[in-house]
Design a protein around this ligand. Structure first.
Ligand SMILES: [Zn+2]
Length: 179
């Protein structure tokens, strides 16, 4: 059977996920209702799952600091979690303070990974998908996640920046090798 690599792209307006083939000139004609086979790239999938889950875990750690999660990106190589601090946080004003608070975030993340807390999901009353990190955190999310936090390896909080009132934590993470 013919195989074609596709990249899923979300259409912002409709929310539809469209599969875009790099070699679309080579695609055969499809008809509505035609069955197609799909294979998931496991390496890419587990990498995304790790990064996504690590992002939620950092959201949880930031909330422990009294911050409110804001916009974030889970894209490999540029993953970052954004927060606002409703109450002015003096630690954010100096490099030493920012390092201290980053260390606190790292400690909270490391603790939850050691505890190997389960990651579960379900729908709320309006049918929206909610992802839960045990009792730590829950978030509306349609992404892919690891099954439990012990599946995370090498969660690295690289740095924490504050710009225009936005706290931004950049991170990387990988999926633990299964033995
Ligand atoms: Zn997610």
């Amino acid at each position: 059977m013919d195989a074609h690599a596709v990249t899923p792209v979300r259409d912002r307006g409709s929310g539809l996920v469209v599969a875009v083939a790099a070699d679309r000139a080579m695609l055969p004609a499809f008809w509505v209702g035609q069955p197609v086979g799909v294979r998931i790239d496991l390496v890419a999938r587990t990498a995304h799952a790790a990064l996504h889950t690590a992002g939620h875990l950092i959201e949880a750690a930031g909330r422990e600091q009294g911050w409110v999660p804001a916009a974030n990106s889970h894209f490999p190589g540029q993953a970052r979690i954004g927060f606002t601090a409703p109450v002015p946080d003096a630690r954010l004003d100096t490099p030493e303070g920012r390092e201290e608070v980053t260390e606190a975030l790292r400690a909270a993340v490391a603790r939850a990974v050691v505890w190997d807390l389960p990651v579960t999901w379900g729908n709320d009353s309006e049918g929206r998908r909610i992802v839960r990190l045990s009792g730590l955190h829950s978030a509306l999310c349609g992404g892919t996640h690891v099954r439990s936090l012990g599946d995370l390896a090498g969660v690295v909080l690289r740095d924490l920046k504050v710009r225009k009132g936005r706290i931004r934590v950049s991170c990387s993470a990988a999926h633990r090798e299964r033995s």
